[in-house]
Every structure is written in structure tokens, then in C-alpha cells.
Write a protein that binds this ligand. Structure first.
Ligand SMILES: *Cc1c(COP(=O)(O)O)cnc(C)c1O
Length: 417
């Protein structure tokens, strides 16, 4: 079978009669016509072989759903107006009063307030677990635990958890697993088949993905997806999705469809550049720690090797990352540094502002490199034992020349001397 980049480019779709082209068409509709009243009554919005109303899907959104299933190795996909909406849908659909959710301490920042400020009103509780301690997760699972969120690598500090052990544990306890797969993006590992040779089929129940990042690739589209392999889970998620009126605009779907064929190449380029720069940062005395899962000193590096080096996902450019660069597995173009505690927040902010190519801004996955200084103490239940004291600054590496980015970091570092 062809590898992933090829299958995404040669992905079948049904073109209009006599017109076949590289990209599928952009179909826009609220109203969809039915030939007869009987046909209207007969058509089922849940059935992807027919159309009922724009909100329930168009030829454009169906093609995007199918390609995202191919990307992540799932069978059913729902599209949402943002990555955060995808996280919210999972909770809205699967949880009821009395249920408890477990979130990793390094969860995507906006997933925590969702439970803190919204779902607690409805009698849904949550606990935070240590993402680097399977025993801590195990101890927190009770008969009320319905869902465990997983993130690999974790947001901002990029620890890589023991994903296979956590999934095995949750399966044994009958708890659903949902992975925020934005970092891996379907390219670093297969969320529904984590260890394809050793343990085929071991995977999460649900993969949520902020398509805003690598699938969009432009820094100009907000979108999310929720993918499953289970028809039952999908039906439940789809019913909530429909009742709440979520979907995406045709032109946004088209923008993501247009970016998908180049996604594997872009991911590899972001990855190679981030590793080169992360390595370089390990040699700068102002940085007391560099967090990137492919660095042997980074928390969870051994777990990253197991999952990301045995990945069955296809693609070229694995050769771009030699053993010297952490090994042949893949990683997103993100890394963080811990700036030595003797530098004040004001000095760290000045360092970020003195960067010329790196722009100050949220999100990632687009062409422009980004920098964000974080106040980690306010984001975690406690300062993680595996993170050095200091100020955490995250870099999202874009598609600029690596030499130019390194020169930019070097000139900005002079503000910290
Ligand atoms: C960006 C991001 C989200 C949210 O995506 P939006 O489209 O910005 O709402 C969720 N999870 C992770 C890990 C992200 O990086």
C-alpha cells in the first residue's frame, strides 16, 4: 500500500461528470433540494451517502472528513469550528452529571477551564493526574471515572507520557480514552494503532485534533476534528454534534483540503528545523533546560522513542533526522527552553520582544515562527519535578531558513548577557 503522503494526494473523490482535477470542488449550501417529498422523508442525515442540509455535510466536508480519517487511521470523523470546540464536543456528548474526567497536568491550557468553569455547573467533576506517572493515573481512576484525556507530547513542556501503558490501563478499567492529537497530527504516530508490530490495534477511543495547526498550515483557519473507529461512539458524538449545530464553512474546509497534500512535507521540515535549533539551544548557558521529546534529556524521551519510532505512519524525510538528532522517529516543530532563574520576567519578556523573525503569538503550525513566555507555576498543580526552575519559553518553529532562525535567537540571547 502507498504511504501516507501519497494516499493523501491520490485520495479518491467523486468529481462532477467529465471534470477531474487535483482539488475537489467547494460546495456551499444551507438548503439541499429533494426531488420529492418522499425522498425528503426517506433521507437520513446520519448517512454520509446522501445530503439533507448544509449543516449536516456537503460533498466538500465529506471529502475532508474522509481524508482526515486516512490521516489518523480512523473510520468516522466530525468537523468543528475550532480545536477547542472539538475538545468540548467530546465532553458534552459523553459525560453526564456524576461522571468524573481525568486530565493530565500538562493538558492544553483551555481544556482545564472547560471543566473548571463550565462542566462543574452540571455536576461533572475532574481531577488532574501526573502525565509522567502511570501509577498516579491508576490511583485516580474510580467507578465514577468515565473519560481520561491524554496528550502526547504535553502542551508547553512537551513531556511524552507512556501512552501504551495508559491506554492499556484505561481499557482494563473500562474507561474511555480521548487523545488531543494536535502535536502528533497523524504523522508522528498512529493514535488508533500505537504499537503496530508489538501490539496491533492498541489505541485510543477518540482522537481530537486542532486542524488549526498543521492540517491548515497557514495560521489563517480555525477548525477541529473528532475521529473514532467505533460506530457506537461516533453515533453518540454525531448526535450531539448535530443537536448543537456544529459544522464548518465550505471555504475553510477547502483551505484545509488544499493544505493536506503538503502536510507531511511541512511536518518533516518543521520537525528537522526544530531539532536543529533545540540542539543548538542546549549549548546556550542562559537556557538551563531544553524540552523536546527527541532530546535524550527531555522528560519522556524513552516513551517518545517507543511510540514515534515504531509508528506505522508512512512518509518520506525520516532521513532528515539522524540518530544525532534524537533518532528517526517524528516530532512536531515545537520546543521549549527554561531560562535560568536569575533572569527576571522583565528580562525574559525583553528577550522575546527582541526576536525579529519569531513573532509573539499563540498557536502554531503556520509558516511563521512564534514565541510565547509562560508562567508555568500558575498552569500546574505543582512545579513538575522533571522541569528545572526558571522561566519557560516556547518556540513554534515555522518554515523560515534554520540559519536565519538560529541567528535571530543568537542576537536576542545577547539581551540576556
Ligand atoms: C491549539 C490547540 C487546541 C485548540 O485549537 P483551536 O483551534 O485554537 O481552538 C487544542 N489542543 C492543542 C494541543 C492545541 O495546540
Amino acid at each position: 500500500m502507498a504511504q501516507l503522503p501519497t494516499t493523501l494526494i491520490h485520495h479518491p473523490y467523486a468529481p462532477p461528470q467529465g471534470f477531474e482535477a487535483p482539488q475537489p470542488g467547494v460546495f456551499k449550501a444551507s438548503t439541499v433540494f429533494f426531488p420529492t417529498v418522499a425522498a425528503m422523508r426517506q433521507r437520513d442525515w446520519k448517512n454520509r451517502s446522501a445530503y439533507t442540509y448544509g449543516l449536516h455535510g456537503t460533498p466538500t466536508t465529506y471529502v475532508l472528513e474522509q481524508r482526515l480519517c486516512t490521516l489518523e487511521g480512523g473510520l468516522h470523523c466530525l468537523l468543528l469550528p475550532s480545536g477547542l470546540a472539538a475538545l468540548a464536543l467530546v465532553a458534552l456528548s459523553l459525560l453526564k452529571a456524576g461522571d468524573e474526567v481525568l486530565l493530565p497536568d500538562n493538558a492544553y491550557g483551555n481544556n482545564k477551564p472547560l471543566f473548571d468553569a463550565e462542566f462543574t455547573h452540571w455536576g461533572i467533576t475532574y481531577q488532574i493526574y501526573d502525565p509522567m506517572d502511570v501509577a498516579d493515573l491508576q490511583a485516580r481512576i474510580s467507578e465514577r471515572t468515565r473519560l481520561v484525556w491524554l496528550e502526547a507530547a504535553g502542551s508547553v513542556t512537551l513531556e511524552f507520557p507512556d501512552l501504551p501503558a495508559m491506554v492499556r490501563l484505561c481499557k482494563a478499567r473500562g474507561v474511555l480514552t480521548a487523545l488531543d492529537n494536535t502535536w502528533g497530527a497523524g504523522l508522528a504516530f498512529a493514535p488508533f494503532d500505537l504499537l503496530p508490530t508489538q501490539e496491533p490495534g492498541l489505541g485510543v477511543d477518540i482522537s481530537a485534533h486542532a486542524l488549526t495547526k498543521y492540517p491548515s498550515g497557514g495560521g489563517d483557519v480555525l477548525m477541529g476534528s473528532v475521529i473514532t473507529r467505533s460506530p457506537n461512539l461516533h453515533q453518540q458524538l454525531q448526535a450531539t454534534h448535530m443537536r448543537l449545530g456544529f459544522n464548518v464553512a465550505a471555504n475553510d474546509a477547502e483551505a484545509v483540503l488544499r493544505a493536506l497534500p503538503s502536510m507531511a512535507l511541512r511536518y518533516a521540515a518543521h520537525d528537522a528545523a526544530a531539532r536543529t535549533l533545540a540542539q543548538w539551544c542546549t549549548q546556550q548557558p542562559q537556557f538551563v533546560q531544553v524540552l523536546h521529546p527527541a532530546l535524550p534529556t527531555s522528560p519522556g524521551h524513552a516513551h517518545w522513542r517507543v511510540v514515534c519510532q515504531s509508528a506505522a505512519v508512512g512518509g518520506q524525510a525520516d532521513g532528515a533526522n539522524s540518530d544525532a538528532n534524537g533518532g528517526a522517529g517524528r516530532a512536531a516543530g515545537l520546543f521549549s527552553v527554561v531560562i535560568a532563574p536569575e533572569y527576571s520576567q522583565r528580562q525574559v519578556d525583553a528577550f522575546c520582544e527582541s526576536l525579529q523573525l519569531f513573532r509573539i503569538g499563540w498557536s502554531w503550525g503556520g509558516p511563521v515562527s512564534l514565541v510565547v513566555p509562560y508562567k508555568l507555576a500558575s498552569m500546574r498543580t505543582r512545579w513538575p519535578a522533571h522541569i528545572s526552575r526558571g522561566t519557560v519559553v516556547r518556540f513554534a518553529i515555522g518554515l523560515e531558513s534554520v540559519a536565519d532562525l538560529q541567528a535571530d535567537l543568537a542576537q536576542a540571547l545577547r539581551t540576556l548577557q
